[in-house]
Design a protein around this ligand. Structure first.
Ligand code: HSC
Ligand code: NAD
Length: 693
């Protein structure tokens, strides 16, 4: 392996070139290399300036995240930054690609910063449940002011070179080879006799209303704590001298590093990348993908078509009649207009996407050239089979036939064709052009390159793709059905839907289960209950109070009335006064005396139901690994990222505690609370879900 930092000298300028692919993370070897390089430059005769530059696609992407939680290795990054800044030579960072987290902190410890026009900088530690820990919270406010520093530290957003220069982070923006540009800048500085310029010696940032800022950041973080810690660190930069401020930053950083939240978010960081790499797909070439067919242009079909268009694919969408076809086109145009408004595409792109790239037809023959067709018609097996029969007849050999079904058996759908090896499930989430999750449902007979193509499509659409096996609801909807039921049981026993929603949003969920049900449409659950009623076990508790509302034609947000009332155009939801009456009536029928629930008990029951079913999904091989389940919940179901996913949450609680709770709940309802065998085995063996990842 080549040296992680390569030293070279160019007249009076020494260059330290970081070479640690893929993104020049600051591993211990890089830190040592930089320290040695600084010492060498300082001792080599005639050297007046040092340029730090990165090889490959980035300057430095930050601290090496894989080292977190391991024993610290010297030099620590904050000490290295202090050492760089204290050098008697003039130090220049020449930046390209991204300079993130510790990468930007190294640059801030240089005396001058020059960057390429397309360079981007940021302090994304907040996305790992951390705050900048190598002086970022102390040096950045001295350059950009407290408010801007807090913005960067608490949003983690990346800023382009132009904005970074306006913020005082960059001194100069010049295009060219980063090393050459850096050396030229160093020579200019030497010629001008420019002084060393340590940021730590600049005046501290003016104070702001720290408490109000802290409160605002904590509110936005919905339970995440690291943003607030970053505010306090920036406050220290304003109120304390530099050394004391650094000590405060270190203390806050170490607190965050020890928190469950950073463990959850680091788990998410690595696993959102790991889920899509399946060993059996290594070296398997996906089939070509240029033209995508979509059957049905309702909510999902229109969203899927939009996603494919935004990914520069040709789309042919089939509807049942002219009216449905124009409604589908309108939905897609509406979605694309949203993308135009948000600046994701420009007017010329909008025009091209809605004309040459999109065909809406009512004749299946238009699918003759499609490489992959995704069916998104009504959730009805007979309709799906009919559609797949037609696709089988018109699609070219090798075309992949996919279903976006939420619950139905993909093996059975595949069997309705003469080419089951070409059939898979591609389960998108609503709105399909926004939600990041894609479940690639691998039917029994699916060919391996068909699966590889499903993942390739997910990548092209910018999705997090997770492999799922065939069962009722695959990974996500199957688990959802169970934790939703746990919430329903609590309603029967005395908690209100509104208390449950609030307890769970306080826990960090984007929405509570009843607000979600209103959004998805209450008719879906109503139909599912009716479908399952004939096969239901007598011990199963299924509340039906909400069916009374559905019988009156109220299906949630789309009809203006559900668990909540929705005034036209308003999102804010008001509890529906009919709901407590309907619940009370059902409790009276069932002779239930309602009891009080604490928010804590609500969260415990909800989470234990989720974990137990998730464990069964892993145990049955529907999900390959616990982390696959975690990513499904994170990217498809609004699970709080700072908790890492349900099975990471369970690990952090202690699996013995989770199992004890489940066994305690089972005393009252042994049918619902049947502990997963995998969970019991892990507890018996003293292992965690993470051990299986
Ligand atoms: C930090 O810097 C903390 C400091 O403030 C203080 C530390 C002080 C400690 C003091 C103690 C006393 N490390 O995303 P990609 C891997 S926190 C290790 O697919 P892209 C990644 O896992 C850090 N590995 O590529 C993947 O590996 P795989 C703050 C890292 O082009 C591969 O690189 N920085 C890594 O789409 C390619 O990644 C961040 O949070 C890292 N820092 O995006 C930046 N970064 O191939 C996080 C990446 O095996 N990284 N890898 O799957 C990113 O946002 C993106 O990776 C990039 C590249 C935008 C850099
Ligand atoms: P929808 O009712 O909004 O749209 C269905 C569309 O299919 C309608 O426009 C209808 O005209 C069209 N259609 C029906 N039969 C057809 C046929 N034979 N040929 C062509 N078009 C036909 O339904 P949706 O919410 O978009 O759901 C579609 C599928 O996606 C279902 O299988 C559903 O379970 C699944 N799904 C839905 C969601 C969701 O949140 N809505 C999420 C994931 C998956």
């Amino acid at each position: 392996m080549s040296d992680p930092v390569v030293y070279s000298s160019h007249g009076p300028v020494a260059v330290l070139r970081i070479n640690n692919p893929p993104v020049n993370a600051l591993s211990v070897a890089v830190r040592q290399g930089l320290e040695e390089g600084m010492t060498r430059a300082e001792t080599e005769a005639g050297i007046k300036a040092v340029v730090i530059v990165g090889e490959g696609r980035a300057f430095i992407a930050g601290a090496d995240i894989t080292e977190f939680g391991k024993p610290p290795m010297s030099p620590a990054l904050p000490d290295l930054c202090t050492r760089i800044e204290a050098s008697p030579l003039v130090v220049i960072a020449s930046m390209h690609g991204v300079s993130l987290g510790g990468g930007l902190e190294v640059a801030l410890s240089a005396h001058y910063r020059i960057a390429q026009p397309d360079a981007r900088v940021g302090l994304p530690e907040v996305h790992l449940g951390l705050l900048p820990g190598a002086g970022g919270t102390q040096r950045l406010p001295r350059l950009a002011g407290a408010e801007k520093a807090i913005d960067l530290c608490t949003t983690g957003r990346q800023v382009g070179a132009e904005e970074a220069q306006a913020l005082g982070i960059l001194d100069k923006v010049t295009s060219g080879d980063p090393q050459e540009v850096g050396i030229a800048y160093a020579l200019d500085l030497i010629a001008a006799n420019a002084p060393r310029r340590p940021v730590s010696e600049l005046p501290a940032a003016a104070p702001i209303d720290w408490d109000a800022t802290y409160d605002g950041v904590m509110k936005k973080g919905r339970g995440q704590i690291s943003g607030g810690a970053a505010v306090r660190a920036v406050q220290a930069a304003s109120e304390l001298d530099f050394t004391a401020g650094m000590a405060r930053e270190r203390e806050l950083f170490m607190d965050m590093l020890a928190s469950d939240q950073s463990k959850g978010m680091i788990h998410a960081f690595f696993n959102e990348r790991a889920v899509s790499s399946l060993p059996e797909l290594k070296g398997i070439a996906p089939r070509p993908l240029q033209t995508i067919g979509v059957i049905g242009g309702g909510t999902m079909g229109a969203g899927i078509a939009t996603a494919a268009l935004l990914a520069q694919m040709q789309v042919v969408l089939i509807e049942t009649g002219e009216a449905q076809a124009s409604a589908a086109r309108e939905r897609i145009e509406g979605n694309l207009a949203g993308a135009l408004k948000r600046g994701k595409i420009n007017q010329a792109q909008y025009d091209a996407l809605t004309t040459t790239a999109l065909t809406v037809a009512i004749n299946y023959d238009s699918l003759a050239d499609a490489d992959l067709v995704i069916e998104a018609v009504f959730e009805d097996m007979a309709v799906k089979k009919e559609v797949f029969g037609k696709l089988d007849a018109v699609c070219k050999p090798g075309a992949i036939l996919a279903s976006n079904t939420s619950y139905l058996d993909v093996d059975e759908i595949a069997a309705a064709t003469s080419r089951p090896a070409d059939v898979i499930g591609l389960h998108f989430f609503s709105p399909a052009h926004v939600m990041k999750l894609l479940e690639v449902v691998v039917a029994d007979k699916a060919a391996v390159d068909v699966v590889a193509t499903g993942f390739a499509l997910g990548k092209r659409l910018g999705k997090i793709s997770v492999r799922a096996g065939v069962c009722d609801g695959f990974i996500g909807n199957r688990i959802l059905a169970v934790y939703r039921t746990a919430a329903d049981h609590m309603v029967l026993d005395g908690a209100t839907p509104y208390q449950i929603d609030r307890a769970l949003t306080d826990f960090g969920f984007a929405m509570g289960p009843f607000a979600v049900a209103d959004l998805a449409g209450l008719d879906i659950g109503w139909m599912t209950r009716k479908r399952k009623a004939p096969h239901r076990h007598p011990a199963e508790r299924v509340p039906t109070y909400i069916d009374r509302l559905c019988e009156q034609g109220h299906f949630g947000r789309k009809t203006g009335e559900g668990y909540y009332l929705y005034e036209k155009g308003r999102r804010a939801s008001v509890p529906n006064p009919k709901i407590p009456e309907l619940i009370a009536a059902e409790q009276a029928d069932l002779k239930i005396t309602p009891r009080d629930f604490t928010d804590q008990e609500i969260v415990t029951r909800y989470m234990c139901a989720m974990v137990n079913e998730a464990a069964k999904v892993v145990e049955e091989g529907i999900a390959r690994r616990p982390a696959d389940v975690d990513m499904v919940l994170l990217f498809g179901y609004g699970f709080p990222r700072f908790r890492g996913g349900p099975l990471k949450w369970a690990d952090l609680q202690g699996l013995d505690t989770v199992l004890e709770n489940i066994e305690r709940f089972a005393k009252d309802d042994a049918w619902f609370w049947q502990p997963s065998t995998l969970l019991k085995t892990l507890v018996a063996e003293g292992r965690s879900f993470d051990d299986l990842n």
